[in-house]
Design a protein around this ligand. Structure first.
Ligand SMILES: [Zn+2]
Length: 261
């Protein structure tokens, strides 16, 4: 049953930025684009949910030490106040307050903070963790196995299809394979707004408008179908789409301390 408003508040945490060739994040993309790397915190009566965990906090002082030359190739800019632990503290939460962590996919710009929440319940798309340990050679640079090794003993649930997290329709994990084998988006129904948090199902608005996948997608056919589904959900639910990496969305929406209700 759908009970709008049970997910009472949502904060978006901006995160570090990366400056890279737009052709990396969308087929046919041209020019340079500076993209944010946000995480989202959703407060529900039954838990405090974190959607994605960004870059590793330990990389803040020296990204090259953690990510090697990739940090230079993607122009990582990582101010101290954008460390995930600091961002949570800034809105009044400690690490132990997070009860559920949804990992949209296992690329390294989304897995850096997983290890901070050993007490939480974790959700990943089926096949994503396995693939991260033995990716195709072309994809291998997109994963940081260390982030995932640190979570081996954690309470992971592998999501095979859409999963209504609390059974009331307010936070629904959407199975959107293609970008990676188990890529996920998140539907959040607040009292005032229904958000479709795309994560990397798409990276730029043009990708959703024109149903265009990304060059690094694991399976372009599936990726295109997931983008089509995203567009359909946007229209059928009259949802507000927030594309995490899109710089225009980052300008149009509000980040913490602002809370959506
Ligand atoms: Zn990403």
């Amino acid at each position: 049953m759908i009970s709008p408003g049970n997910a009472t508040k949502m904060w978006a945490l901006h995160g570090p930025t990366m400056t890279l060739d737009a052709g990396i994040v969308m087929v046919g993309g041209a020019g340079t684009v500076t993209i944010p790397d946000p995480c989202y915190v959703i407060r529900h009566p039954r838990g405090l949910v974190l959607f994605d965990t960004g870059l590793a906090p330990e990389a803040q002082q020296d990204p090259v030490a953690v990510y090697g030359d990739l940090a230079l190739h993607v122009g990582m800019n990582f101010p101290e106040d954008q460390k995930l632990d600091n961002q949570l503290a800034a809105i009044g939460f400690g690490l132990r307050d997070i009860t559920h962590v949804v990992c949209s996919h296992t690329h390294l710009d989304h897995t850096g903070g997983l290890h901070l929440f050993p007490h939480a319940k974790f959700y990943a798309g089926a096949g994503d963790l396995r693939y991260a340990f033995w990716p195709d050679a072309l994809d291998a640079g997109l994963y940081r196995r260390h982030d995932l090794e640190a979570t081996r003993g954690f309470d992971w649930t592998h999501v095979h299809s859409d999963l209504d997290l609390f059974g009331d329709g307010s936070i629904v994990i959407l199975h959107m394979p293609g970008h990676t084998p188990g890529n996920l988006s998140l539907l959040v129904r607040l009292t005032g707004t229904t958000f479709l948090l795309t994560a990397d199902t798409v990276h730029l608005r043009a990708s959703l408008d024109n149903i265009v996948p990304a060059p690094a997608d694991y399976n372009s056919y599936d990726a295109k179908r997931s983008i089509e589904r995203l567009a359909h959900l946007r229209d059928s639910l009259d949802a507000t789409v927030w594309i995490g990496h899109d710089p225009e969305d980052a300008k149009d929406f509000s980040f913490a301390p602002y809370a959506y209700e």
